[in-house]
Write a protein that binds this ligand. Sequence first.
Ligand code: F6P
Length: 360
Amino acid sequence: MVEHKRIGILTSGGDCAGLNPVIRAVVRRAAGTYGWEVLGIRQATLGLMANPASVWPLDIKTVDSWLTAGGTMLGTTNTGNPFAFPMADGTLKDRSEEIIQGYHQLGLDAIIGIGGDGSMAILRQLAQQGNWNLVGIPKTIDNDVGVTERSIGFDTAVNIATEALDRLQFTAASHSRVMILEVMGRDAGHIAISAGIAGGADIILIPEIPFSVSHICSKLKGWQRRGKNSALIITAEAARAEEGITMMQTDAAGQCRLGGVGEYLANQICGNNIAETRVTVLGHVQRGGIPSPLDRLIASAFGVAAVDLIAQGKYDQIVTWQKRQVVSVPIAEAIAQYDKVDIHGTLVKTARGLGIYLGN
Ligand code: F6P
């Protein structure tokens, strides 16, 4: 018999599909199996910083319909590092102690943090400094968290990007155009290479393999000579030309974001008189919407396993997906590795084997 516990759960970093199914699984396992209390913490660590903490007591009935809901019902933030928190007067302040106290004031026995590598590193630092019992669950459409083959949200993002290619190919063929799809993924090309293969792209550009504009133009010209007048290109947002730098955009608030490589490439292709070219930037469409069945499945498995770790008193661990099993590993191990596309791996070999051009 496991003693009664009160556990907290928060979602941190960018949203993605699959977060609500994880929360649902945690509540069903914690409340349904163990009879524990579950407090949903709103807006990630901001909910613990608020005094009193901003929480939502969750029961099985509340989360009943959350399996198919996109985003996160708890809210999230991907700005505001607690150790250098941006204040209204423009200064940065260490507010970690306020967050740590939020955990203790709530009387939590443990906390489940759902996040990517950045969030996980921050949560671990808070846990160590504040003596928290932390269990992590990896989520990110970028699928770049080390040691897990899959993070929540990746599969849905790949499905959406693949569907976008499926649609774009008709315009490419109808207008004899080059259609470029720019996808997210931060510094890793997992979404681009997976969707590119699944969606029949002719060219896939990933950050791990810098591309040559002149080689891409020659390739397109060669295809045209052989009667292929349209082409589908998928590029990761951080892909860059061999001779260039990663493209960034600065918004009105002065924040830098990856993006612009699709437009850059289109200008090069048009400028070299190769073909009429259009760009679609998929953006946050990849993060939203109904979670795919695989994301729901992994979310459910991760949620149950995370609660079981708490029942066993195993903390500072993150659940991972390895060879169709949930395996827990130390959080430190997961955040020490940034998982990029293996340029000697199966997907790169498959793409090349299919005659897909990888830009160099
Ligand atoms: O890390 C997830 C991600 O969607 C990246 O792929 C992308 O570069 C970034 O977040 C976008 O962040 P924001 O929502 O702040 O624009």
